[in-house]
Design a protein around this ligand. Structure first.
Ligand code: NAD
Length: 319
């Protein structure tokens, strides 16, 4: 099966990992790959193209590097939006809102005009939930459900740290999901997850005072040590996100989608909630219960998203 894939921010750190992962993992597809970045980054895109060519991927049918958004997005069936202004040390997501909102609004318009009718758009560039909202808000042809944002990296961080703490294999965990915003308010939910089919019995103090702060701060900790944000782990999570959205059936996983008010979230925001795929459809997991303490954390993250959306509406970045 042929698939047209466009990656924005193709000269950046995540793209440097993701392109090779994609070409290795989607070996059953014939891939037409387009990498978009700024004109000033064409030398890096050229070097990446040379390295991809040197791998002689048998499933790569064509490879284009470009700074022309229309060329990148024409007939694209999968668009991975990495291209953005970087979150630097000490920078909060809200600082990025305007800078990146302008990029995502413009690229959203190009998606609406040039992408394939059945395009799937995965937003990764931060603030990714709100950037997905911005890009989708300017679309008239491409439906809102084509746009999702990445929260699987938070889920993976939560799962691995839990496995380490409990000294259990990751394969024994199921149904662990993260709620809300991909930010320092994200809420990993342990109480609705299972170990070997049983509800998790665990010290509340560890959950609230160590584990949740650990998951929330992990990205910032990596920036502090590395000087730039997570790239290999982000690329890995993006690949899992792609595999989930292309799958017919999956276990429960976290994904940011447009809210219609589910679980008290603000309609029109893009919210991480647990979903699964069934018969190829993305289905929200209903009737999950939270105690008051979890509810107040989740509400805090929903409120942050609502405020980000409101700010975008006020300054006219989204509509
Ligand atoms: P990077 O700075 O290495 O690369 C970003 C690339 O985007 C650069 O090459 C830059 O030139 C390009 N770019 C900037 N403006 C552009 C535009 N208008 N059009 C096309 N390209 C443009 O960043 P990275 O490490 O690859 O990360 C990409 C984004 O992903 C960042 O916003 C980062 O915060 C985010 N991120 C999200 C998650 C998540 O879980 N959602 C995890 C890690 C990183």
């Amino acid at each position: 099966m042929d698939i047209n894939i466009a990656i924005t921010g193709g000269a950046g750190s995540i793209a440097y990992q993701l392109t090779f992962l994609l070409l290795n993992k989607l070996s059953d597809k014939t891939i037409h790959l387009r990498l978009l970045d700024l004109e000033s980054q064409m030398h890096k895109l050229t070097a990446l193209k040379m390295e991809i060519e040197d791998c002689a991927f048998k499933n790569l049918a064509s490879l284009v590097i470009t700074s022309d958004i229309a060329e990148a997005f024409t007939d694209a069936q999968l668009i991975i939006m990495l291209g953005s202004y970087p979150r630097l040390l000490g920078m909060e997501r809200k600082d990025l809102l305007i800078k990146n909102g302008i990029i995502f609004r413009e690229q959203g318009r190009y998606i609406d005009e040039y992408a394939a009718d059945d395009v799937q758009v995965i937003v990764v560039g931060n603030p990714c939930n709100t950037n997905a909202m911005i890009a989708s808000s300017v679309c008239r042809r491409i439906p809102f459900h084509a746009f999702t944002a990445l929260s699987l990296l938070d889920q993976n961080r939560a799962a691995q740290s839990l496995a380490n703490y409990l000294d259990k294999p990751l394969s024994s965990f199921k149904d662990l999901a993260v709620w809300g915003n991909h930010s320092s308010t994200v809420v990993p939910d342990i109480w609705n997850s299972k170990i070997n089919g049983q509800k998790v019995q665990i010290d509340q103090n560890w959950v609230y005072n160590i584990w949740i702060p650990f998951v929330r701060q992990r990205g910032a900790d990596i920036i502090a040590k590395k000087g730039s944000s997570s790239s290999a782990s982000a690329a890995h999570a993006i690949l899992e996100h792609i595999e989930n959205i292309l799958a017919e059936e999956t276990d429960i996983f976290s994904i940011c989608v447009k809210s219609h008010g589910e679980y008290g979230s603000t309609p029109g925001t893009w919210v991480s909630m647990p979903h699964k795929k069934h018969l190829g459809k993305l289905i929200l997991i209903n009737k999950i219960e939270h105690d008051d303490r979890m509810l107040s954390l989740i509400e805090e993250s929903f409120t942050e998203l609502a405020e980000e959306r409101q700010r975008c509406l006020e300054i006219g970045i989204a509509c």
